[in-house]
Design a protein around this ligand. Structure first.
Ligand SMILES: [Zn+2]
Length: 77
């Protein structure tokens, strides 16, 4: 799982999303780990203007947030 590399490459943004949508997976690949998000799993979809759709497993979303926090884009709380 190389979330930080995706952030480094710009595939995953560091900015906060406009909106965070959550629902059930639809078998589409996760933007972070590239494994499908199964219908039995929860899927997070951070929404951005003018950016390709991002889909994340709950665990991958947590790793992405940790990476953003490490880079100072998320406040420690
Ligand atoms: Zn994933």
């Amino acid at each position: 799982m190389m979330v930080w590399k995706k952030v480094e490459a710009g595939t995953l943004p560091t900015e906060a999303p406009v909106k965070l949508w959550a629902g059930n997976g639809r078998g589409e690949p996760c933007t972070a780990c590239e494994q499908p998000i199964l219908k039995s799993q929860a899927e997070y979809e951070p929404q951005y203007d003018g950016r390709a759709p991002i889909r994340l497993h709950v665990g991958c979303h947590g790793l992405w947030e940790a990476e953003r926090r490490r880079r100072g884009y998320l406040p420690d709380d």
